[in-house]
Design a protein around this ligand. Structure first.
Ligand code: GTR
Length: 422
């Protein structure tokens, strides 16, 4: 994704009136100008009751999930839909004998017009028992995560922007392995973990009208201010992949780490908040609408994201664009909904747009909920230096470098998984 450097963003802001557009509010990158804000307290119920134990938190959780559904991501349809899992291909000796590689399609039996979710799954051959698994959606098709020549190119709509390797929104061979550096499959397998991925566009292509060909075309209610948005759909898709993983004897479905980068990180958090089958959640630079506090005026704002990507959220979300203080929730409460399960929040210093400090503070503000369970979340830490992971059940690092998923990030996630999920 193209990220505007602050100077260029300012130039565009200045040009907007001449172009007849409403001026874009400038982004703030100055900590001194963030201002003050009051966060809603996750441990006070709607009726003003203070939550002091896990049993009451379970009730409060339901309230909070509803508030996020009503105001941020929209209501995830509760209707169970019939799935059909079709194993298309099994390579018993992929990656030089390191993995059993499966390609599975998840079909929606009652909606034959919908494309299936095509899952690519690697299981370590060395596993003596069902393997724990990292599950994450990918940005440009399963052929992007690996250079293996026999993964079919996705035939779905893909963005022309990513790496400029698609033509008329269709993938080309040039896209093969395009994002392989974000998916160190062999390293993950050698550490004893399986890896599952699918293209997020299988669930909904990421453009404003994309919902017409995705799951929201059959399970949405477009008349409703809390109709689910694309993030909700992607999160739902992660749960459907979980449905499959629960049926695969090679997988330990009690040890599924759901992860995601950037917009897919927002979806991973929302999936983990709603679906407690996920044993742990990893948010990689999820930023605004993800781990970063919405009330902080720094980097991307609610106003900006809801203007540029309204299809990601429920229609009501946009109504808070100029009154973020009135949003009944803030993102630390989304993080708190993961408790007491392990949570990793990662930022990158070169990605100020995502507001690294705001992501860290989101984790800090979830602490009290982890404490209810006798767990230490991040613990008493201040904003760490570069490449200094901190925390316990909730962990955080601010990596040097740009908006990306790197080997450094994975090294932390693998250690986190070894220590807290295994
Ligand atoms: C940006 C968007 C961010 C983030 C990012 C991405 O353009 O403003 O919220 O989601 O895209 O997904 O790469």
């Amino acid at each position: 994704m193209t990220r505007l450097i602050p100077g260029l963003a300012l130039l565009i802001t200045l040009l907007q009136p001449a172009l007849g557009q409403a001026p874009e509010p400038p982004a703030n990158y100055d900590e001194a100008r963030v201002g003050t804000y009051t966060l809603p307290d996750p441990l006070v119920s709607k009726t003003g009751k203070r939550i002091t134990n896990p049993a009451d938190w379970q009730k409060r959780r339901i309230e909070l999930l509803q508030l996020f559904a009503d105001n941020v991501y929209g209501q995830t349809p509760s209707r169970a839909i019939k799935l059909r899992f079709q194993v298309n291909n099994v390579d018993p000796s992929a990656l030089n004998g390191l993995a059993t590689r499966k390609q599975i399609s998840i079909f929606f039996a009652d909606y034959p017009q919908l494309p299936p979710i095509d899952v690519l799954l690697y299981v370590p051959k060395s596993a003596k028992k069902p393997a724990p698994v990292f599950l994450g959606l990918n940005f440009c098709g399963n052929h992007c995560v690996t250079t293996e020549a026999d993964i079919p190119l996705s035939t779905r709509w893909v963005s022309n922007v990513i790496g400029e390797v698609s033509v008329n929104n269709r993938a080309t061979e040039k896209a093969r392995g395009l994002q392989a550096t974000r998916w160190p499959i062999e390293t993950v397998l050698k550490r004893g973990y399986a890896l599952a991925t699918a293209y997020y566009g299988d669930i909904e292509p990421d453009y404003p009208q994309g919902w017409h060909t995705g799951i929201r075309s059959v399970l949405g209610d477009t008349t409703n201010a809390s109709n689910w948005g694309a993030i909700g759909a992607w999160a739902w898709g992660l749960s459907r992949i979980m449905d499959y993983l629960q049926t695969d004897p090679a997988i330990d479905s009690k040890r599924v780490l759901v992860m995601g980068h950037s917009r897919i990180g927002k979806a991973a958090l929302w999936a983990g908040a709603q679906d407690t089958r996920f044993a742990a959640v990893i948010s990689n630079e999820s930023g605004e609408g993800g781990a970063a506090l919405a009330r902080r005026w720094y980097g991307e704002t609610l106003e900006r994201i809801s203007t540029h990507f309204p299809h990601w959220f429920c229609p009501r979300y946009t109504t808070y664009s100029k009154r973020v203080a009135e949003l009944p929730v803030d993102q630390h409460e989304l993080l708190a909904l993961i408790a007491p399960r392990p949570l990793y929040i990662a930022s990158a210093d070169g990605d100020q747009w995502s507001d690294p400090r705001g992501e860290f503070l989101g984790g800090v503000e979830a602490e009290d909920v982890y404490r209810l369970y006798g767990k230490t979340g991040l613990g008493p830490v201040s904003f760490p230096g570069l490449n200094e992971p901190v925390g316990q059940t909730v962990r955080y690092h601010n990596r040097s470098g740009k908006h990306d998923v790197t080997d450094y990030d994975w090294a932390q996630y693998l250690r986190f998984a070894d220590e807290l999920v295994r």
